[in-house]
Design a protein around this ligand. Sequence first.
Ligand code: CAA
Length: 288
Amino acid sequence: MEVKKVAVLGAGLMGHGIAQVAAQVARCEVNLRDISQEFVDNGMRMINNSLQRFLRKQTVTEAEAKEILARLHPMLDLKEAVEDADLIVEAVPEKVEIKRNVFAEVDKFAKPEAIIASNTSSISITEIASATNRPEKVCGMHFFNPPQLMKLIEIIRGAKTSDETVDIIVNVSKKMGKETVIVKKDSPGFIVNRILIPALNEAISLVHEGIADPEDVDKAITLGLNWPMGPIKLLDYLGLDTTLSIAELLRDELAPKYRPCPLLRQMVRAGLHGRKTGKGFYDWTRKE
Ligand code: CAA
């Protein structure tokens, strides 16, 4: 099956970018659905901002930007969003119950041959898939932030995901201009977060233990390891709350050594979630 029509559920930080890539690079028709007009409008605003950046760089022309926007259909109704989609990509909040409810609903309305993928960064694909009557057509499709620029998609097999489903996701990922890796077993953190989250946790521990200031941790890693962004800045960029919940999952499901640093927990409790709340380790109130 060739994917021509995509539905993206959730217009947040990841969902808006995934919808944009599907419309811009894969040239698919895309329904972008969220639960309130405010969320949908915010997603379209972020897409417009991103397109402005591509326009400034002249990697997209005015005419192409118009075509991309015409392929994007913001909406609130779930049935309308998914009923004629070949691929549904879920990017709703990282709570297992929310995801299972969304998958059960989508399963009712989507075409029998449609593939349902989750952009979860940590939750078990097998558990999400079991909320549907088509677990063989459910797969993990994990994008990286910002989806418009990051080249990788991790494809995660649930216990019952079929080879055909994996092939379809590999092909549509290529159409989106991405490289893929296959995660053969549904394991917490998949590949990237299993490595990244402990690294970010160590970076906060250095600050927590008074060994170095956040700026110096970032300087050390950008200059010493050539990361494009230091780990403390990356934490702010991804969200401290998101990082905490993945660290907790790694600890609960893999080993106690993944225990989150107390400073991470304390900052999340204080509402210092990073870029999305305006403040984390850095002040983001004057940035986009
Ligand atoms: N859309 C379009 N263009 C964008 C953009 C967007 N959303 N965001 C940034 N850009 C462009 C900018 O316009 C800029 O273009 P020019 O170079 O032509 O000026 C360029 O990207 C660089 O942007 P900035 O100058 O604003 O900032 P930067 O140099 O720090 O780059 C970045 C931003 C690309 C995000 C870079 O810092 C980076 O790669 N950081 C690491 C990101 C990363 O590691 N992501 C993975 C996180 S892990 C994850 O997502 C998984 C999970 O489950 C937790």
